[in-house]
Design a protein around this ligand. Structure first.
Ligand code: HDD
Length: 711
């Protein structure tokens, strides 16, 4: 169980935790003082001239209290403002990577490096909902013995633009429009799609953004990517190109769009809460770090440029090789001090990891330090507890807002003789950072490399690699987003661009948004695919941490509920009994069954699956409750696994009859796909549990046709 209380009852988890402990404070047993340590015995009324008189300026306590409050906000991140984070450790499996890099935290299997990982959405402001359609940030700070290394990636392996000079344009286009600040945390508006139509290099990333990747079920079920091609440098100074991949051990899974929109209202903290709760219950999220390595001699071996951040290296060409394991196992104590004040920077590298000339990365290497200066108020933000390295820090930098250290001595320069030459400059390769030596020459020009010009091939590769259901979701997403665009010519321009990716896709989108489908393929689809790009290939056999709702009312079969709880918990799933009101329900044999929540305080969109146990009275009561019936119908609509036992099956009939089941032609719509039933009370047959678990491990019942089911 993670310790989130304010008092330490355990040994430090790691070197970073030990360091953070020196900054933690605990109000237990203390009395209230001012910031100057002066105790006060009255904090409810300001000092005033008489009972009904004016407040006096000399009330330093009131002024200090209000002044601090007035200054409690700092600028939110200009992008990725909404996020959540956790501590953990990274450990390499073995030392094979030592042939390629001198970065010890990646090559010494005895090292468990402390980390903090922050996940985020990009466009929304700090208070926006979690489940919006957006890219997710996946940023990890490794507090290594050789200094801090930040891997500041996303859950998609490519980016919208090729050169960082376009970043302000892109962000201005996707953010709420400047006249009325509408819409919040959405790309479904004119300026974003106008940008896309004008900037076809964004199309590959837009395909990812319209895919299920943009609505992750959980931060714990997302891949992560370093995006750029970086460079490893080994002990001989030899460089190797590298792309970083994070692969979640739970598989990569998403919400469906209707569900995501509803979850944004039912629980705006859906992803944040999920991360927090998983760590609290000891179900620590884990990812495998993998690398794709390309020798420098193969720099030009691909039909795209390795420096172009709008391109992937298909895994079928260069396999992802496993390096080590990231485990997140502790929640922060204080959101502001830790998650808000953490400052990532792509240029925080350690010996053995270097940059390439990717023009997006080059801009990032400027932007991240720059942005912290306004966000965290000056040049000493790396001294904030969350940002401090565990490696020794000795610089000649002094002064500036918020300096926390008291540097002794008369010198703050090198070389010096007065202070014995300290801090000394030097060390061996591998111990100090030496920039990779690369011969560079060229004219001073503003020009996009010709090798960056193919905007469509990999967008088509992505499209071709999707399963049928993933393709359907992409088409619906384009229709939804472009359907919110007022300018018809922008809709048309986007469709015309899509014709370069795949003419059928363009036509399907056009038909849904009232613009002209393309006459022919602007670019013939090359027909290639990369199976690794489909999320359906990531399914695992586990149902660990999946939330299963058990619907119950008075008269429920108590033994079944108990057996369900046990069977699901045994497989590390999270069963919750939902009742018509909080507290407990009486079972058919008059025992008490604890209710975890009242149905009307939650919704099916917050669960992965639902089961209705037997008990005639319970089912009758549930059938008479709109929330309960809707819960079931909605779970069905969102392709979730549904289980029903004995009389519980009658609630399915009720849900079907509520309109869900009858199509326009009067036929029954609801099929039994993904509906697992058993006829018994008092026990839960093994076969029921096995079938239910295997459907749930598949995440969703995609073979179920829900098109005619009311949303
Ligand atoms: Fe960025 C934040 C990821 C391009 C400028 N970015 C930020 C965060 C992530 C990324 C995960 C949040 C870090 C945190 O949790 O604090 N950004 C990316 C990726 C990119 C990318 C994967 C492309 C491959 N970013 C990018 C460019 C620029 C920036 C091209 C500027 C030229 N990004 C920033 C920033 C932010 C930021 C303005 C906002 C807050 C911060 O840095 O600390 O500097």
């Amino acid at each position: 169980m993670a310790d989130t209380s304010n008092s330490r009852a355990h040994a430090p988890y790691d070197s970073k935790d030990e360091q953070l402990e020196t900054a933690r404070v605990d109000p237990a047993g203390t009395r209230l003082t001012t910031q100057q340590g002066v105790a006060v015995d009255h904090t409810d009324d300001a000092l005033a001239a008489g009972e009904r008189g004016p407040t006096l300026l000399e009330d330093f306590h009131a002024r200090e209290k209000i002044t601090h409050f007035d200054h409690e906000r700092i600028p939110e991140r200009v992008v990725h403002a909404r996020g959540a984070g956790a501590y953990g450790q990274f450990q390499p499996y073995d030392d094979w990577l030592a042939d390629y890099t001198v970065a010890r935290f990646l090559t010494d299997p005895s090292q468990r490096t402390p980390v903090f990982t922050r996940f985020s959405t990009v466009a929304g402001s700090r208070g926006s909902a979690d489940t919006v359609r957006d890219v997710r940030g996946f940023a990890t700070k490794f507090y290594t013995e050789q200094g801090n290394y930040d891997l500041v990636g996303n859950n998609m392996p490519v980016f919208f633009i090729q050169d960082g000079i376009k970043f302000p344009d892109f962000v201005h286009a996707v953010k709420p429009e400047p006249d009325n600040e509408i819409p919040q945390a959405q790309s479904a508006h004119d300026t974003f799609w106008d940008f896309v139509a004008q900037q076809p290099e964004s199309l590959h990333m837009v395909m990812w953004l319209m895919s299920d990747r943009a609505v992750p079920r959980s931060y714990r079920m997302m891949q992560g990517f370093g995006v750029h091609t970086f460079r490893f440098v080994n002990a001989d100074g030899v460089g190797t190109f590298v792309k970083f991949h994070w692969t979640p051990l739970l598989g990569t899974h998403s919400l469906v769009w209707d569900e995501a929109q509803k979850a944004a209202g039912k629980d705006p903290d859906f992803n944040r809460r999920d991360l927090w709760e998983a760590i609290e219950m000891g179900a620590y999220p884990e990812w495998e770090l993998g690398v794709q390595l390309v020798p420098e001699s193969d720099e030009f071996a691909f039909d795209f440029d390795l420096l172009d951040p709008t391109k992937i290296i298909p895994e079928e060409h260069v396999p992802v090789r496993p390096v080590g394991r990231l485990t997140l196992n502790r929640n922060p104590h204080n959101f502001f001090a830790e998650t808000e004040q953490i400052a990532f920077h792509t240029a925080n590298v350690v010996p053995g990891i270097d940059f390439t000339n990717d023009p997006l990365l080059q801009a990032r290497n400027f932007s991240y330090l720059d942005t912290q200066l306004i966000r965290l108020g000056g040049p000493n933000f790396s001294q904030l507890p969350i940002n401090r390295p565990v490696a020794e820090v000795s610089t000649n930098q002094r002064d500036g807002f918020g300096q926390q250290r008291i540097h002794r001595g008369r010198t703050s320069y090198v070389k010096n003789s007065i202070a014995g030459g300290y801090p000394y400059v030097g060390g061996d390769h591998g111990d100090v950072f030496r920039h990779y030596q690369e011969k560079v020459e060229g004219d001073k020009i503003r020009k996009r490399a010709e090798s960056f010009r193919d905007y469509y091939s990999q967008a088509a590769l992505f499209w071709n690699s999707m399963s049928e259901v993933e393709q359907e979701h992409i088409v619906s997403a384009f229709r939804f987003e472009l359907g919110k665009v007022d300018h018809t010519e922008v809709r048309q321009d986007v469709v015309d661009q899509l014709a370069h990716v795949d003419v059928d896709l363009a036509a399907l989108v056009a038909n849904g948004i009232g613009v002209t489908p393309p006459e022919g393929a602007a670019n013939p689809n090359h027909g290639r695919s990369s199976p690794a790009l489909s999320q359906l290939t990531t399914t695992m056999s586990t149902i660990a941490t999946r939330k299963v709702a058990i619907l119950a009312a008075d008269g429920v079969d108590g033994a079944t509920v108990q057996a369900l709880r046990e069977a699901l918990s045994k497989r590390d799933a999270v069963p919750e009994v939902l009742a018509l009101s909080d507290g407990a329900v009486r079972s058919a044999d008059d025992t008490e069954v604890t209710a975890d929540r009242a149905i009307n305080t939650v919704a099916s969109v917050l669960y992965d699956a639902v089961i209705v146990p037997g008990g005639a009275d319970s089912v009758r009561a549930l059938a008479a409750d709109g929330y309960a019936v809707h819960f079931l119908a909605e779970a069905y609509k969102h392709a979730k696994v549904i289980g029903a036992l004995a009389e519980g099956r009658r609630l399915l009939e009720r849900a079907w009859a509520s309109g869900l089941a009858v199509a326009a032609d009067g036929d029954r719509v609801a099929e039994d796909e993904g509906v697992v039933t058993a006829g018994v009370n008092g026990e839960v047959p093994t076969e029921f549990v096995d079938t239910f678990a295997s459907e749930l491990a598949g995440h969703r019942v995609w073979r179920r046709n829900t098109a005619e089911v009311p949303a």
